[in-house]
Design a protein around this ligand. Sequence first.
Ligand SMILES: CCCCC/C=C\CCCC/C=C/C(=O)SCCNC(=O)CCNC(=O)[C@H](O)C(C)(C)COP(=O)(O)OP(=O)(O)OC[C@H]1O[C@@H](n2cnc3c(N)ncnc32)[C@H](O)[C@@H]1OP(=O)(O)O
Length: 299
Amino acid sequence: MAAVLRRGVKLISSGSSQLLSGGCKHGRTSTLCISSSRPSSSKINVELDSSTGIAVMRFQNPLVNSLNLDFLTEICISLEKLELDKSCRGVILTSAQPKIFSAGLDILEMYGKNPEHYAAFWKSVQEIWLKLYGYSKITIAAINGSSPAGGCLIALTADYRIMADNPRYTIGLNETQLGIVAPFWFKDTMLNTVGHRTAELSLQFGLMYTPSDALKINLVDLVVPEEQVLSTATETMTKFLAIPGHAREISKSMMRKPVVDRLLSCRDADIKNFVSFISKDSIQKSLGQYLSMLKQKKS
Ligand SMILES: CCCCC/C=C\CCCC/C=C/C(=O)SCCNC(=O)CCNC(=O)[C@H](O)C(C)(C)COP(=O)(O)OP(=O)(O)OC[C@H]1O[C@@H](n2cnc3c(N)ncnc32)[C@H](O)[C@@H]1OP(=O)(O)O
């Protein structure tokens, strides 16, 4: 559904969208997406400025934008709509939640559930990564809060990352701290951004970086005062838009296609691997302890 907000700006909400089959269209699979008209349940908000072609997608899944199945599906559908929309030229990904860009994958989707659920969840994680890492249009992550693990992965898929200069916010692939392992395509995305040695240390220790440290290792491209994150993202997008589109798009694809193809060639095996790993008693125990730690932190 779309409603005109101010001149040239469309508010697009996927509402309680449903996937009729599989996931979003990419590579060899395709999906028919439909939307119902219940924007109040929407976990994202998209504003497309038709005069510039820049869309701002805000994550708004309380409390911490954790990436559960519904949320991932909704993001994927909206990205697909924007990719098909000729008036959209680039997408800025940001958060409407205070202090958090995204808390990463929803741990409750990986804890105490059955193998079928784990498989469906992991498929949706693959879908969002394939959609974003292979996205034809320009994406910029305006990281206005903490961004662990899957949240960092979302940011890493963007063409450019701008982070708010607040030392309380951290970003990184912290999976090992939870007793779990970032799969090869998380690793490849990190490696393609920060290089081999930094990725190796970062993944083994499950390091989380402050904005200034993230800038030092090129995990983010720019650190700016919090109130300037979105305006800087828009300015940066304008610079990207000045480059001939087809040349930029081919260059992006050339850099990323081998990594995308690697997952496409073994999606089912990757799902099986995840289900078997996450179902182990020892892994469930680690996740249970981590969840308790998160709860205790409050009290
Ligand atoms: C060998 C090959 C292996 C193949 C593959 C195998 C394994 C798969 C790997 C899977 C990859 C995993 C990726 C992930 O993304 S795992 C998730 C990692 N995320 C985190 O570690 C973040 C944890 N959360 C935090 O650090 C903080 O909550 C915060 C995001 C910094 C926000 O802090 P604060 O504002 O102080 O809020 P609270 O801590 O009070 O949290 C509010 C409530 O939200 C719950 N919460 C937080 N994060 C998550 C999450 N990721 N999932 C689910 N729930 C989360 C938290 O418990 C609070 O809940 P409550 O209000 O009910 O107490």
